[in-house]
Design a protein around this ligand. Structure first.
Ligand code: PEP
Ligand code: MG
Length: 753
């Protein structure tokens, strides 16, 4: 047995008896302190606990003056005990009193003790207290003693977490976040400000049984769980559905590497040898990993450590025999923390309770972000390590504009943000007050501003924003939240509801765009290497024509006596559109034959998301009434740059000579054919991009409701003729991006961005 295992083993056995005894929590703590002092041959052993306001209070001691208990306190960062808490690391000093940070506390009578060794009491990477031993002699404690004290501190953390010593609320509020940067940076995916409490999308596991004296069986359990873990990862990697390459596969390869890492396994077995259960041993090593993670700034290394954190959780799951996530308790102001999130998973959350989403990964033009924008909640992505650092219920501030989050913010920061949120509300109120004002440029050109919607509840936004209509109704969203295939009547009722809510304002329904990352539970989709370029949208609809036929039937029936506007997604060429049109015409004939009331007018169009279609517009346009550019997909196909791949975020710009020239070509062709053209991708919602597109000749924009106010403000401040002549001069420039030039132009010409 290694030396390190002897000390804690005896202590832990005694602690187990103490923890199980029926005494009060304070008596148990006092007893624990006595056990540690005796076994570690220390003249002093003390426990300080963090209380609200980041104060460390002496809770128990042997060796120091007992009258100082519950009286002596230090601020986090003050004195040696405060320094251990602030750094979240052990301190081992032969001569503590000569340390510059030594704080003299005469009431404790500690003047005669020279050596000091203290360790933070950590729970989920947070400091909840400090455990320290002292001796009169100038001795330096050996590494094994430091580790022994750390293991004991882990058990103490459980006693504290039980809430018997301090009210659980205070434990939570008062917990000092060791090593957690007060501010973390990510990338803004959806703008907005939010203050709320964290909800972990995948709840963290609570290990209840920490101590065991059956080392052999715990080691066997650990080995068995590691074998299962390795096997499950191998199976995943080798599964024929995984494909040959891709980001997901790289993550799994890293997992496999860690799962076979001998150092990791050895450290866990050593932890078991100190008297911990297998689960607690995994957590003990995980805690050390987390404290490393907190101090590492290199994002690649942080991500790898986050992978290891994930793997530890998987291992604990295997040990606990858990497969399913526990149910999440939702606060009223939930900020969901996840590694990544799909659109349907987001919609599973109660819309009234969710204030924002923070992701460790993710990409700004993913469909989840689109759904979040429709819900009006901010999303910040690519915040490395966030999942391991946040505890459920932590207070969080999200600054979507800056891409920053504040974890456990201080009262000052909360005040600043409460003010900013109030100011933003005022701004939104100002936008709402301007809802009657027309979107007309300074030189008198009217721009049609519309909203993107997807659920019936979104329709309220039409009135609130004063938009001209719904430029894109994503009909797949109701399908994604439904467990079963929505029947004809259910679809019809939904579309009737949408049209009734819109009144006289036009609504453009887009037929189902299922596939890629938009998964519906009741259609089995094959695993694809490139789902975004795969079996999705009309490709799926034309192969499963009943789906499209029923949807068109429901749309036609819902629009009796009203204007019906329909567009088809991902059309790649004219024949594809004609096949959709044929199905539509047949449904119209059936509708008439049955004697139902016909729509007052019908307009059919296509999305332009597949670049190839741009070169067949001359043939297509005579057949259709309008075109709407889906800039999200169009950009990913134009630049061969996956919109959901976080490694490519921001790499290519719509405000580039190539993309803008491409848009110009489409605009000019549609003008020649007198065909109405709009943009309904996210590009329309950014005032600078909207300004540039208007400069190129775009007159119709459709965007998330929250963008109407700022885009209208921009439109009313721009002079179209000036913008047009500037943008067109840039089209042949050699730049990668024209963003900064266009931003400078806007600033110099008083365009409000
Ligand atoms: C687009 O691709 O720009 C678009 C509007 O469609 P979606 O984002 O739903 O794919
Ligand atoms: Mg699209």
């Amino acid at each position: 047995m290694p030396l390190s295992a002897i000390g804690p083993r005896l202590i832990l056995r005694r602690l187990r008896q103490v923890m199980a005894s029926p005494q009060s929590a304070q008596d148990r703590l006092d007893e624990i302190v006595r056990v540690i002092a005796t076994n570690m041959v220390a003249e002093v052993c003390s426990v300080y606990l963090v209380r609200a306001g980041d104060i460390l209070e002496l809770f128990s001691t042997v060796g120091l003056n007992p009258d100082a208990v519950h009286k002596t306190s230090l601020r986090v960062g003050e004195g040696l005990i405060g320094e251990i808490a602030a750094r979240g690391r052990p301190l081992n000093l032969a001569d503590a009193q000569s340390h510059p940070n030594f704080a003299h506390r005469p009431e404790t009578g500690e003047d005669i003790f020279h050596s000091l060794m203290g360790v933070p009491i950590l729970r989920n990477g947070r400091v909840v207290g400090v455990l320290a031993v002292q001796n009169e002699t100038h001795r330096l404690y050996i590494d094994e003693e430091v580790e022994a004290l750390e293991t004991v501190a882990m058990v103490l953390a459980e006693l504290i977490a039980s809430g018997e010593l301090i009210d659980p609320q205070e434990v939570h509020e008062g917990t000092f976040a060791q090593g957690i940067p007060p501010q973390m940076d990510g990338i803004t995916f959806a703008d907005g400000l939010a203050i709320g409490h964290a909800v972990l999308h995948e709840p963290r596991l609570e290990v209840m049984q920490l101590i065991s004296d059956d080392e052999e069986s715990e080691t066997a359990r650990l080995n068995e769980a590691i074998d299962t873990l390795r096997l499950s990862i191998d199976n995943l990697i080798e599964s024929p559905f995984m494909g040959q390459e891709g980001e997901h596969l790289e993550v799994l390869q890293t997992y496999r590497m860690f799962a076979h890492d001998r150092g990791w396994v050895r450290r866990m077995i050593e932890a078991i040898e100190t008297g911990l259960t297998a689960e607690a041993a995994v957590q003990r090593v995980q805690a050390a990993n987390r404290s490393r993670m907190a101090s590492i700034t290199d994002s690649y290394l942080r991500e790898r450590l986050a992978d290891l954190d994930d793997l530890s959780n998987r291992l604990i799951r295997h040990l606990m025999g858990l497969d399913v996530a526990e149910t999440v308790v939702m606060p009223d102001d939930a900020i969901v923390i996840a590694r990544n999130l799909g659109p349907a998973e987001l919609m599973d959350y109660d819309r009234d309770r969710i204030r924002g989403v923070v992701l460790a990964e993710g990409s700004p033009s993913s469909h989840m972000v689109i759904v979040a924008k429709a819900m009006g909640i901010p999303v910040i992505g690519q915040v490395a390590g966030i999942v391991g650092l946040v505890d459920p219920g932590d207070r969080i501030i999200m600054d979507g504009g800056e891409g920053e989050i504040y974890l456990l913010p201080t009262a000052d920061i909360e005040d600043v943000y409460a003010e900013r949120i109030a100011a933003r509300k005022l701004l939104e109120q100002a936008y709402a007050d301007h809802r009657e004002l027309p979107a007309i440029t300074r030189d008198g050109v009217e721009i049609s501003l519309n909203i993107n919607a997807g659920l019936l509840v979104d329709m309220d936004q039409l009135e609130r924003t004063g938009a001209d209509g719904v430029g894109l109704f994503r009909t797949e969203l109701p399908f994604m939240v439904s467990e079963t295939f929505p029947r004809l009547t259910a679809q019809k009722e939904l579309y009737e509801g949408v049209l009734a809510a819109a009144g006289d304002q036009p609504v453009t329904f887009r037929t189902l765009d299922i596939g890629s990352d938009k998964v519906v539970p009741f259609i089995e989709q094959p695993r694809e290497e490139n789902p975004a370029m795969g079996w999705r949208a009309v490709r799926l609809s034309l192969d499963r024509p009943a789906l499209l036929r029923y949807q068109l039937r429901a749309l036609i029936q819902s629009a009796g006596g009203k204007a019906l506007n329909i567009m088809f997604p991902m059309i790649a060429d004219l024949p594809e559109y004609l096949r959709c049109k044929e199905i539509f015409d047949r449904e119209m004939l059936r509708h008439k034959r049955l004697g139902y009331e016909a729509p007052s007018s019908v307009q059919l169009g296509t999305m332009l998301e597949v670049p190839a279609l741009a070169w067949q517009l001359d043939a297509l346009l005579p057949h259709i009434d309008f075109v709407s550019i889906g800039s999200n997909d169009l950009m990913q196909f134009l630049f061969a740059s996956d919109r959901s791949n976080s490694l490519l975020t921001g790499r290519y710009d719509l405000l580039s000579p190539a993309a803008l020239s491409f848009f110009k070509m489409i605009i000019d062709t549609c003008d020649r054919h007198d065909t109405v053209l709009s943009v309904c991708g996210e590009a329309a919602s950014d005032p600078l991009e909207a300004m540039s597109l208007i400069g190129l000749g775009m007159r119709n924009l459709s965007m998330p409701p929250s963008a109407i106010g700022p885009v209208k403000e921009m439109v009313r401040s721009m002079d179209l003729a000036q913008v047009r002549s500037y943008v067109t001069t840039l089209l042949h420039s050699p730049d990668h991006s024209l963003r900064s030039k266009l931003r400078d132009f806007a600033r110099d010409h008083g365009v409000q961005l």
